[in-house]
Design a protein around this ligand. Structure first.
Ligand code: FES
Ligand code: MG
Length: 581
């Protein structure tokens, strides 16, 4: 696979040459300090300097292998005549960070942008994969504007316990409900704990991580097909080295991200999201990434793609049975994209220097139960639908394929909770006044209310209903939910209740109506009553009064706009430009 692009830059044109080239005192300082580390001019002079942005940490199991993979990237950079420099960046560990990694997505994005801008860097390999790291790295990289390749961490191997396959997240929720119903012993529970995550790599269901890396791949930001390679597979090591080789060429070719991330590539990302049974989180991140690239892409575009793109990746949680390891063996994302045919804009460019069409032209599919064809889909529509109505004037999302079809058109009384602890306590009450027709509601869980819009949206089923044998009910919140979650959950209600969105006015006992075919979510409360409630409503206090959380609350946008900071939008203020001293 060789790039069709030509080298257009000479060593003197390199951005880093502005640091190391001039015969002046500052450059004397830069040169003497790089030599302080034992490098000679032969190491760096006239060579593209490649930042390898590494989000490794001892508390991010999804990125545990990055400590070694970074050496493979360096090997590739050196082979191609570049000078690799590793730059650690804050990791966002979905497994450990509270209240939610989403609070810190924009922090990593700023860090990447400013690291690349302030240092003598010509191009970057961005290493990520655990949920929010992918959009964060890409958002920062897009704003920095230097040639970049996203290196996806790759999914971990399938989980296994007592001969049964286990999927990240999805099976944890499933077995937890069984444990709450009294069907699983302590010993079995421990067996599940030891078996569900048994190699490095990100979650191996089609959760947020696999969805976002697939989107990055479809947008042309990874080496084609890289997102499907399991983390422990030797192919992953070779792919890492290839990222190193390729980024050096991209610098010479001036292949900046604006040549890759276009309206066509963003749309391809959206189409692939729908075809893979994407995490609902993809909505927020895709909107945010598009905005960083000044591409006009909205919730309505996603709903349209949802209506027209069948779900063809038979991977949990939207699909049945299979996991990312099976998906890779079946042909991976390249096979899936080939099956999407004309639904993708094949003229979109990839970091490999070839078009998406060229990348997928001969891609095989080895198992057509895992990677379906358009006329034999897992689900006839895509993974997401956007709802609007008097409960969500700016939109809300639901995953139709992941919920019991009886909730596609449904009316039921609301059971409203103002906080997660209040809800958590109530649902354990065996005498809670709740029926399977109730609509459970959690508010104050949005971008400001959560804060950071935590993944609380798959509200746990009340134990009373679980014991009666129910496993799904209609749930509604301004939160997000984990990409590995499932159920009839209406999420991302915008505007959120914390800032006075209509969800704030809902009361227990009000009738909530969902009409998925018509994309509606409403409360059947008359306008005069709502006006009275609105007049009496008081905004809750913000959670943070100092620090990053305070800044977050001042600048974060609502979910329908991607939850980015207002001041990071491309149109905000005068561009900082290049450092001039
Ligand atoms: Fe890292 Fe799921 S915890 S991807
Ligand atoms: Mg997740």
């Amino acid at each position: 696979m060789s790039s069709r692009h030509k080298r257009t830059r000479q060593p003197a044109d390199l951005r880093s040459a502005r640091w190391f080239g001039p015969d002046d005192l500052r450059s004397f300082g830069h040169r003497s300090r790089i030599m302080q580390m034992g490098y000679a001019p032969a190491d760096w002079a006239g060579k593209p300097i490649i930042a390898i942005v590494n989000t490794w940490s001892d508390l991010n199991p999804c990125h545990a292998h990055f400590r070694h993979r970074v050496e493979d990237v360096k090997r590739g950079v050196l082979q191609a005549g570049g000078f690799p420099v590793e730059m650690p960046a804050v990791t966002l560990s979905e497994s450990f960070m509270k209240p939610t990694t989403m609070l810190y997505r924009n922090l990593l994005a700023i860090e990447v942008e400013e690291q690349l801008r302030s240092h003598p860097i010509d191009g970057a390999v961005l290493m990520g994969g655990c949920d929010k790291t992918t959009p964060a790295l890409i958002m920062g990289g897009l704003s920095a504007g230097l040639p970049m390749i996203f290196l996806p961490a790759g999914p971990m191997l399938r989980g296994n316990y007592a001969g049964k396959t286990l999927g990240s997240g999805s099976d944890a929720w499933k077995y937890w409900d069984e444990r709450r119903a009294g069907n699983i012993s302590e010993q079995e529970w421990f067996g599940l704990e030891t078996g569900i995550a048994r190699s490095y790599g990100h979650c191996m269901t089609m959760g947020t991580a696999s969805t976002m890396t697939a989107i990055a791949d479809a947008m042309g930001l990874t080496l084609p097909g890289a997102s499907s390679i399991p983390a422990p597979d030797a192919n992953h090591i070779r792919m890492s080295a290839e990222c190193g080789r390729r980024i050096v060429e991209m610098v010479w070719e001036e292949m900046t991200p604006d040549k890759i991330v276009t309206p066509a590539s963003v749309r391809n990302g959206g189409t692939v999201a729908m075809a893979t049974g994407c995490s609902t989180n993809a909505v927020v991140h895709l909107l945010a990434m598009a905005r960083r690239a000044s591409v006009d892409f909205t919730l309505d575009d996603l709903d349209e793609l949802g209506r027209t793109t069948p779900l063809i990746a038979n991977v949990r949680p939207s699909g049945q049975g299979y996991l990312m390891e099976d998906f890779f063996y079946a042909g991976g994302l390249l096979g899936l994209m080939r099956n999407l045919g004309d639904k993708l804009d094949r003229s979109a460019m990839t970091v490999a220097g070839i078009t998406l069409g060229e990348a997928i032209a001969d891609a095989p599919v080895y198992n057509d139960d895992v990677i379906r064809t358009l006329d034999n889909p897992v689900y006839h529509e895509g993974s997401l639908a956007v709802l609007r109505g008097n409960l969500a004037p700016d939109g809300a999302v639901i995953k139709p394929a992941a919920c019991d079809p009886r909730f596609h058109v449904h009316k039921g009384p609301a059971l409203v909770f103002d906080s997660y602890p209040e809800m958590k306590k109530a649902i354990e009450d065996p005498d809670l006044d709740v029926t399977p027709d109730h609509v459970m509601v959690l508010r104050n869980a949005g971008p400001l209310g959560g804060p950071g819009m935590p993944e609380w949206g798959m509200l746990p089923m009340p134990v009373k209903l679980v014991r009666e044998g129910h496993r799904d009910m209609l749930r509604l919140s301004d939160a997000r939910m984990s990409g590995t979650s499932y159920g009839a959950c209406v999420l991302h209600v915008s505007p959120e209740s914390h800032i006075g969105g209509p969800l704030a006015l809902l009361k227990t006992g009000d009738i909530v109506s969902i009409d998925l075919p018509n994309r509606r979510i409403d409360m059947l409360v008359d306008e005069a009553e709502l006006a009275a409630r609105r007049a009496a409503w008081q905004r809750p206090a913000d959670r943070f009064e100092r620090g990053y959380g305070w800044m977050f609350a001042k600048h974060v946008s609502q979910a329908d706009k991607g939850c980015d900071f207002d001041y990071l939008a491309p149109g905000f203020g005068r561009t900082a430009g290049e450092p001039d001293i």
